[in-house]
Design a protein around this ligand. Structure first.
Ligand code: FE
Ligand code: CA
Length: 527
């Protein structure tokens, strides 16, 4: 029941208040109560279930590590692609165990969670009482069936000396455009955390490429549940979830292409769009290891957060969709800048999140301050003529908001800011300059942009041309799918750009396309 320290103060400012919600409401909400004996009466009807086939088809996952706690996830779905998942419309008891060894010889924590039909029989356990900076193994049992074993890792305590931290950055895995060989490589590597910066699913209708969504565009809760299930049936994705804890930013395609707040680009009015967004946010919650405080309430979901990893890394996971101003200049794609673009009140994060971020960054004592967020932040003129074109959906469409953030990082001398981004389906390594469009102004931060796991990109020749026009862009490669593998220590932050040889092959190998280092105290990345 205890909320993580770093968030409890902030959680009080939102309407979801665990301490005042009844136990029955929790059960209805599909939220498990860790090891709560008080829940036994519900077991009377929840424990009868016997599974004829494996209900753990979508695997297991963990996320949002803290020094003493971690979120564990699974979902009961013997038939994940049919509405209802092949489950009876009744709650089901799910026992969970956390062990300090792979063979479960020493179980350190266990309990019973109640999976309910309202929340697609998903299970979110907040396992507490754990030790910092160590591996744990976990599994679930229900109706005589047992899940695969997941491995996870707690964070080291804030401020505790930490020699190194390894994370992968992934995003944009359009199922139809390729296999997840990137995830197989990732699962075989050694990491403390996976950071996912958006487009976990694509909502679009099926058009067969390498494989098919085999469904219409997502609008209803059942549509989104089907889409998440399809993606999560991929064995390489399940392996990467079972290997490490993850944290997430949700971007547009979890809901609808290039949506901004309550405004989708195809002009659905808010009264049509907001119920769709509610369905999308619900399915997102149901399929990811999100903490209880991220439970959506209708079309609202409170997902921005921060985690410390010892004295080395403070990680901020931002929400650049729910609170942003609408895109400017009449388009969410490439625009010729108009006056509206530069309006000072335009926001990417919304005033509350901006204030939270400044307060949290300002209080940080970590060596590396890492911002996980959705879209390209560095100045990037994508004109094919001798003029200026900006991608209106990324930070180039929100220059005043970008300037506020960069000014804050510079004026408060935030230690080693690093921005992690996605969305553009290309690897980019960028300088974030004090005046974003002036590459002669001081470098404030390095931006590392992960290419897509599988989603298609604009041709390399376009990026070659744009790179020439943007001296703050040190690398721009759209010709490979893959992910970023990052290792930070006290002296430097090293990033390998891991590329998939052939995304159309399930068994594709990967290689390191390029590597960059950011030195402690010296902003900017160098090969
Ligand atoms: Fe994408
Ligand atoms: Ca996107």
């Amino acid at each position: 029941m205890r909320l993580p320290n770093a968030e409890s103060r902030h959680a009080n400012s939102v309407t979801f208040r665990p301490a005042t919600v009844s136990r029955r409401a929790f059960v209805r909400a599909g939220v498990s109560l860790a090891a709560s004996g008080a829940l036994r009466p519900f077991g009377a009807y929840a424990n009868d279930l016997r599974f004829a086939t494996n209900p753990f088809t979508l695997g297991v996952a963990s996320g949002y590590p803290e020094p003493n706690a971690i979120v564990l996830w699974t979902r009961l779905a013997p038939e994940p692609l049919v509405p209802g998942g092949g489950m009876p419309s009744a709650p089901a008891a799910v026992d969970w165990e956390v062990a300090s060894d792979e063979r479960f010889a020493k179980i350190v924590h266990s309990g019973t969670a109640y999976a309910t039909p309202d929340w697609a029989h998903s299970v979110h356990v907040e396992a507490t009482g754990l030790e910092p900076a160590r591996d744990y193994w976990y599994r679930f049992t229900s109706g005589g069936a047992r899940s695969a074993v997941g491995r996870t890792r707690t964070a080291s305590a804030a401020g505790a000396p930490l020699a190194r931290f390894r994370l992968a950055v992934a995003n944009c895995r359009h199922y139809e455009h390729g296999y997840y060989a990137a995830y197989r490589a990732m699962a075989a590597s050694e990491l403390d955390l996976v950071v996912h910066v958006g487009d976990y699913i694509y909502e679009q209708r099926g058009i067969t490429h390498v494989r098919s969504h085999d469904a219409p565009e997502c609008f209803t809760l059942d549509d989104y549940r089907h889409r998440y299930s399809l993606y999560k049936l991929d064995p390489d994705l399940r392996a990467a979830h079972a290997a490490f804890p993850w944290m997430f930013c949700s971007d547009d395609h979890e809901v609808s292409n290039d949506y901004a707040a309550d405004h989708p680009i195809d002009g659905e009015p808010p009264e049509i769009f907001l119920p769709r967004r509610a369905a999308a946010y619900q399915a997102y919650y149901e399929h990811l290891p999100l903490p209880r405080r991220m439970l959506p309430r209708g079309p609202w979901q409170f997902t921005y957060t921060q985690r410390n990893f010892g004295d080395l890394v403070s990680l901020y996971m931002l929400d650049g969709r729910q609170y942003r101003s609408y895109q400017a200049c009449g388009s969410s794609s490439l625009v010729k800048p108009c006056d509206e673009l530069y309006e000072p009140q335009r926001t990417m994060l919304g005033p509350e999140q901006e204030k939270w971020l400044e307060g949290t960054l300002g209080a940080s004592r970590a060596r590396w301050n890492v911002l996980g967020q959705q879209t390209l932040m560095a100045h990037f003129n994508q004109s094919d003529e001798h003029d200026v074109r900006y991608w209106a959906d990324g930070w180039n469409g929100y220059p005043a908001a970008r300037a506020r953030l960069i000014d804050f990082l510079a004026e408060r001398r935030i230690s080693n800011p690093i921005v992690l981004s996605g969305d553009i389906h290309a690897f980019l390594v960028n300088d974030l300059n004090r005046r974003a469009d002036d590459p002669a102004s001081p470098i404030v931060a390095a931006e590392l942009v992960a290419t897509s796991i599988s989603s298609p990109a604009r041709p390399q020749r376009d990026f070659d041309r744009w790179q020439l026009a943007n001296p703050n862009v040190r690398l721009a490669r759209s010709d490979y799918r893959g992910y970023l593998a990052i290792e930070a220590n006290a002296e430097r932050l090293h990033a390998d750009l891991v590329a998939v040889d052939d995304v159309a092959r399930e068994d594709s190998a990967t290689h390191v396309l390029a590597a960059f280092d950011v030195e402690n105290g010296k902003a900017g990345a160098a090969r």
